[in-house]
Design a protein around this ligand. Sequence first.
Ligand code: OSB
Ligand code: MG
Length: 371
Amino acid sequence: MKIDRIELRRIHMPYVRPFETSGWRHEGSDAVIVRVDADGATGWGESPVSDGPWYNEETYHTALMMQREFLGPMLLEAEIAGPEDVRGIFKRVRANRMAKAGLEFAVWDLFARAKGVSLAELLGGTREEVAVGVSVPIQASVGELLDTVEGYLEDGYQRVKLKIKPGWDVQPTRAVRERWPELLLQVDGNSIYHLEDAEHLRQLDPFDLLLNEQPLDHDDIFDHAKLAKLIETPVCLDESIVSPDHARWALELNACGVINVKPSRIGGLADSVAVHDMCKEAGIPVWHGGMLETGIGRATSVALASLPNFTLPGDISANDRYYKRDIVSNPFTLNSNSTLTVPDGPGHGAVVDEAYLEEVTVDKVCLRRGS
Ligand code: OSB
Ligand code: MG
């Protein structure tokens, strides 16, 4: 198959409420939405980038530029036998994994739709429902945090992740744990701590947390291996697992007990399945992280999270936890058992609301084969 046309749109779409972590605060999505067309079929993907290089090095500026100048033209030239080919086509381009992923996701969706199978099925998914939780941003006070968590529990979420940072870690985590002794609870510092903080992080051990996500540097594996020996809470890696090799290094070093799989961070679904399979083999559970995706990236995530070793609840909340109005007309809704239902129609299943997509589009680029 040859791709005829690629459409790239940088959007801005407001969140229901701002999202604040140890290192940034965002009021809305600045993702790049990708559409690919071939032989009358269409596929959609999302690069969940933002306005600045705060989570990783990419932004909507870099993603759009890499897609327009390098990745898009490479994809248009290639003869693609299946979506697994895309990582090879992009291999010459270093890093820029979120830029690659948005295109790769769209090609997976295109092939699944062309074959009339669901993306979940094409990826090897085995679940009809995926367990999900909610990631709770840093709040102005512990009182507000307790109210926010209570609201999400009333919505039906059964697992909570608290964003933490120095000065907002032990006290809020204790408060949530005391109020809900049985709650599935975990924390995420987004790379704000240092190995010297091990004693401090040990204070989280009594709270029976599922995991402590990426406390140390965004590109560190080595010090996480040291930290894992110093704290009882299982270390989970997010930012620093950007490829199957990085996952292998982390497993060989015993740097983590759990891995957060985000296919955008890993550069695509094919390599994410490889990370999943490697962890399954090693007896290391994975769960599906989130980047506050729109309904398009969310549908890709739900499909991937249906693979068997995604045994912990994902950061894939229902669309309305993020957006009052989303760019899809069939948002996911939360089931009463804190799951989302995996779509079984063709592709990832998101039905794009093209009129609203046009409304939230800030910048649009169109690439065509042979021009
Ligand atoms: O570290 O998991 C993270 C959002 C943006 C960037 C990084 C992270 C997050 C989240 C939100 O925690 C997860 C979600 O609900 O999409
Ligand atoms: Mg994280």
